[in-house]
Write a new protein. Structure first.
Length: 213
């Protein structure tokens, strides 16, 4: 019951934050078409990760026995989403927060997407997801969506001239430097994933010992 209530509350927060950010994106760029803005909106890793968080919180509440509900409740999926959203929060704080100062509703959306939802989902994963089933190889598998996103970012940027983050801007930095940043981020994703697995296995052993006792 506690898990269901917690997830319901933060699912609403997540969808509100995403809706707010989309509205601000559309209304804040009147010189651009809605289609282009929508494509750009869904080209942010922050947005994609928060959509995964919103789905992972919503599905177990509204349809736990459905295919998407079972997907959302699987230990591997929840751990991977935890990895993604932690990286979102950390990268934003250290690489992006210092280069702009949002105000008003933009500040609200920014705080929700980059700070509140990462913390909320990590707490959900720690408190409500069964532990002890992850493998050390799993974080490498979780990198596949990141690699796909990187490929999409390069393709989209090459065709449109628009880049979601300063460290992906090939036009300004050059492909070589962008690839160095991307390789560094991949390593960081992997490190965070390994920490997730280490926590999972530690908690899993604790739970097994508690049951045995």
């Amino acid at each position: 019951m506690a898990a269901r209530l917690y997830r319901a509350v933060f699912a609403l927060v997540a969808w509100f934050a995403l809706g707010l950010q989309y509205r601000l994106t559309i209304s804040g760029n009147p010189h651009m078409g809605a289609g282009e803005l929508t494509l750009n909106f869904f080209s942010y890793f922050t947005i994609l990760s928060n959509i995964l968080v919103a789905l992972a919180l919503t599905a177990p509440v509204v349809a736990p026995n459905s295919r998407i509900g079972r997907w959302a409740l699987s230990e591997g999926v929840r751990a991977a989403v935890a990895m993604f959203i932690v990286v979102v929060g950390v990268v934003y704080h250290f690489l992006l927060a210092g280069i702009w100062a949002p105000q008003g509703w933009a500040l609200v959306g920014n705080v929700l997407l980059h700070y509140v939802m990462p913390a909320a989902f990590v707490i959900d994963w720690l408190a409500f997801t069964p532990k002890g089933r992850l493998r050390w190889v799993d974080p490498a598998k979780w990198l596949v969506p990141v690699l796909i996103y990187g490929g999409w970012t390069l393709l989209h940027g090459k065709l449109s001239g628009w880049w979601p983050y300063w460290f992906t801007d090939v036009d300004k930095l050059g492909l070589g430097k962008v690839m160095v940043y991307f390789a560094g981020l991949l390593v960081f994703f992997l490190v965070v994933g390994l920490i997730v697995v280490a926590i999972d296995r530690t908690f899993g052993r604790r739970d097994s010992q508690a049951i045995a006792a």
